[in-house]
Design a protein around this ligand. Sequence first.
Ligand code: HEM
Length: 496
Amino acid sequence: HKLNRDYCVMAFFAKRLKTVDGTPLERVVPQAKAETIFGNVFDYFGANNVALFDSCRISAANLKKSYVEYALFTTFYNVITAEDAELLLNDKNLLTKGIAYYFLEPFLQTGLLTSGGKKWYTRRKMLTPAFHFNILGQFEDVFKEESQKFVDQCKNLDKSSITLNEIIPKFTLNSVCDAALGVKLDDQLDDQQYRESFKMIEEAFIARISNPFYMIDAIYNVFLGPKMEKHLRTVHEFSSNIIHKRRQLFAAKLEHSPTGQEKEDNFAKKKRYSMLDTLLHAERDGLIDHAGICEEVDTFMFEGFDTTSMALIFTLMNLSLYQEMQEQCYQEILECVEDDLQKLDVNVLGKLKYLECFIKETLRLYPSVPGIMRKVMQDTSLANNVFLPAGTEISIHIFDIQRDPRYFPEPNKFDPSRFTPENSEGRHPYAYIPFSAAQRNCIGQKFAMLEMKTLLVYILKDFRILPLMDPKDLQFESGIILRTPNAIKIKLQERI
Ligand code: HEM
């Protein structure tokens, strides 16, 4: 027992965290209570996704400090405060992604999300202009078209019970494909199958992070890997078809340019291109190859589709639950937005300050990406007296950070006024990080906000949103994206 207490048998090979000045570690970083005598190795073994999610919240509530867990060969430093998140996200030695992203590689290879070092830096530099403020107006037309399609579809549904999880993902997938990739989804591209395979891949991912044996490639490849091949093929074929379609459009566009000078002229004028066109241009210049384009397209579909879906689903749920606040959003829209929605643009959307606070508060309580990870590549000492040995995995729990009562009193209460300029003043800048922060923050955050605001304006102008569920019943599942096993339902009533 003594041996086990000190060295965590079975987690014996996980390197121990230390303090820089020799203070006993438990005073600075407590260890999460182990469920078995084997350290934290089997704490999540066999737990379902809901139990897994809840156990992280229980550790955070009990320990109230960033804490450590010792697994089979790996040490996990779990970060739950804004102060620690700031130190880690700004450390230039801690830009490499953690083990969880390695499990995503069969799907995304090493695109912007999963890559590190020089490759990440070059790609980020290449793609940043595609998300520049100036290009947002170009996306806006797509968002308006898709939003109009969405409200027309709602008019034909049974409005007494609408399951958001069933209809929102189609909207966000269409939007990301059309706006960022420049391809409209049609009958040739089976998006239903894509979404199903995407879900299966995420389940395999969760199996890997929760079961210490599946973390070992050899075991995963025998028992789970073969079942995933079909789904990986589906998602890769889907993105390849998108690239193929855009390539044809791109070639036709260049052919019709009278002198072939178009590209040079436009680049000279710093004309902005959509994300996929930016990659196709870079390919012509020999800066990326076809495999690289596939990695990035998979990455953008992965990051741009379900994240925004869940954010919209929770925002619509909150609009249904808080009727007075919904009315405030509606009144603001009446004041700022003309009846002719064709005139809706980035500037008008920028005036919808209350709606923005509403979305931000939703993302605080329900961050679409509840946690992110980093890997320590070389021994690192932090300013908070923690020494991280090389190989340590860092898990930054955005979900817990954003419910810290020091920065958000009554943290579980939904209150958009927390985000007015007066109330935000002086708050720790890392207390609210739904899009992460510092160098590896979300490249698509403006894109996402614009897409969400546009759809919400279209819905609120045409419908009153009524509640159909009790938020107390909400459960959450552990995963890459914050999901709930509950179907999130609302009622719609057409405004006269
Ligand atoms: C509400 C919607 C969204 C949320 C909450 C969100 C959140 C995040 C977070 C937390 C990260 C950091 C991941 C990490 O460090 O591991 C991230 C990265 C990223 N996001 Fe988003 N995202 C959203 C929408 C989008 C959209 C619409 C796109 C693209 C169209 C996008 C593209 C990316 C990419 C490519 C990265 C990787 C950036 C890098 O490492 O350089 N995201 N996002």
